[in-house]
Design a protein around this ligand. Structure first.
Ligand SMILES: Nc1nc2c(ncn2[C@@H]2O[C@H](COP(=O)(O)OP(=O)(O)OP(=O)(O)O)[C@@H](O)[C@H]2O)c(=O)[nH]1
Ligand SMILES: [K+]
Ligand SMILES: [Mg+2]
Length: 441
């Protein structure tokens, strides 16, 4: 039997133990799973309370079960849901009882969603939105993922694809006429107009994209500087917990330490690094190498110094560098913002931290922009839209030279959008996308 025809099951809720756990079963044997364990099928799409029993008639748990026959189900197949108490022993007894039913097996990661996709329940952009929604950590990420899941990009792409096919029909009609030596401009003109409009619409969506992709990935803030200036102390303050070891000994931090923060809805990764200095200790040298590498990749570097520092050595790389003088509690320096993107703080006492955090929130807002309107959230989506838009532009250039060439480019544009939606030639992307999903999704 093909794996696709097997019935799959998985724990779809979080890790046990939990108050309630949800086990889903999808495929032709889902109904049999219900009748075997719960006695008989419950009413359609209605929660019913049942005592579940294994094959030997031994009780498993007092459960709530649901029955969604396909195609009106999440996957498009027959689906059974078992809501049980989320204990490890309950779950292993339940999963064992389901796996004893012939032609059932544990689901692969993302396999429920993949079946939903294959049954036309969602397109690939929506599946990507679903994955993002499950992994969203902040409110802004959640809202963006939800828009993707609701098919905002998918709907646009479907509309574009249909209009490209219409325009290409006009052009192809021109090809047939041209055999008779008479290329009707009245066919070509509306096609050219339609292609121009399509090209402009896609360009507009692409222009708003970069920020949404970043919102998905988050902003990286690197804390760097010489040893012992208080980098780890600042890290702990921003994280509001003791993530990094602080000590008066220079060279305390060796590895790069990361924390994920939610700064006013923006996802931010703060990294604490080894103090940068010349050293003979090979372990510390490696720490310094990693510190420099991470600072170069960051979106912004907080270059920490002692209270009396001169602005001399600092991180290299393309990221903006903010100068942060620390330990002002030791000196007479004023608190707060010195000059533009230059701060004076006491990481130990907390002076000047609100100003620094506000500046980071503003910076994040600038980086992410108003990504509320952005539809493109992944490189895959952006690349395919670029391909479609390039082909449209080339078809406009070629239409005067010959309809065949223009029609070929239109086909390429429609093909790129088909890939975006997951309608054509997608085995390679499908594997890559769905295997990143959680099991049970
Ligand atoms: N007075 C004062 N001391 C501070 C402040 N911030 C950090 N310190 C102290 O400075 C010392 C070094 O702090 P760390 O946070 O370990 O410094 P670091 O830059 O991470 O050091 P390395 O990881 O070794 O490079 C510790 O004794 C801290 O308590 C501050 O704002 N004021
Ligand atoms: K230290
Ligand atoms: Mg440190």
């Amino acid at each position: 039997m093909h794996p696709r025809d097997q019935t799959i099951f998985a724990l779809s809720s979080g890790r046990p133990p939990s108050a309630i756990a949800l086990v889903r079963v999808s495929g032709p044997q889902a109904g049999l799973a219900l009748t075997t364990l719960a006695g008989k099928l419950p009413a359609l799409r209605q929660a019913s309370r049942r005592l579940l029993r294994d094959g030997a008639g031994q009780p498993i748990d007092d459960a709530v079960v649901l029955w969604f026959p396909g195609p009106a189900s999440a996957t498009g197949e027959d689906v059974a849901e078992f809501h049980v108490h989320g204990g490890r022993a309950v779950l292993s007894a339940l999963l064992a009882a389901i796996s004893n039913i012939p032609n059932t097996r544990a689901a692969e990661p993302g396999e429920f969603t993949r079946r939903a996709f294959e049954n036309g329940k969602l397109d690939l952009t929506e599946a990507e939105g679903l994955d993002d929604l499950i992994h969203a950590d902040t409110d802004r990420q959640r809202r963006q993922a939800l828009r993707q899941l609701q098919g905002l990009l998918g709907d646009r792409a479907r509309d574009w694809r249909e209009r490209i096919i219409e325009a290409s029909a006009l052009i192809e009609a021109g090809i047939d006429f041209s055999d008779e030596g008479d290329v009707p401009a009245e066919l070509r003109a509306p096609a050219v107009k339609a292609i121009k409009a399509l090209h402009d619409e896609i360009a507009k969506v692409l222009a708003a994209q970069g920020q949404a992709e970043r919102l998905r990935d988050g902003l990286v803030v690197a804390i760097a500087g010489p040893p012992n200036v208080g980098k780890s102390t600042l890290m702990n303050q921003l994280a509001r917990r003791e993530v990094a070891i602080v000590s008066p000994h220079a060279g305390t931090t060796r590895d790069v330490i990361e924390v994920q923060l939610d700064l006013d809805g923006y996802p931010v990764t703060v990294i604490d690094t080894a103090g940068i200095r010349e050293t003979d200790d090979p372990v510390e040298q490696e720490g310094v190498r990693r510190a420099r590498a991470r600072a170069e990749d960051a979106d912004v570097v907080l270059w920490l110094t002692g209270p009396e520092a001169k602005v001399e050595e600092r991180a290299t790389g393309t990221a903006p560098v903010w100068m942060v003088r620390n330990k002002i509690d030791l000196g007479v320096s004023a608190v707060g913002v010195d000059a533009d993107r230059s701060f004076a703080i006491s990481a130990r006492r907390g002076d000047g931290l609100p100003e620094l955090i506000n500046a980071l929130v503003e910076f994040a807002a600038e980086c992410f922009g108003t990504s509320e309107g952005a539809l493109v959230t992944r490189t895959r989506q952006r690349d395919l839209l670029h391909r479609a838009s390039d082909s449209l532009r080339r078809s406009l250039e070629l239409v005067e030279e010959g309809e065949e060439l223009a029609a070929e480019e239109l086909r390429a544009a429609a093909y790129a959008l088909g890939r975006l939606l997951g309608r054509v030639d997608v085995e390679d992307v499908l594997g890559a996308i769905f295997q990143k999903f959680c099991i049970g999704k």
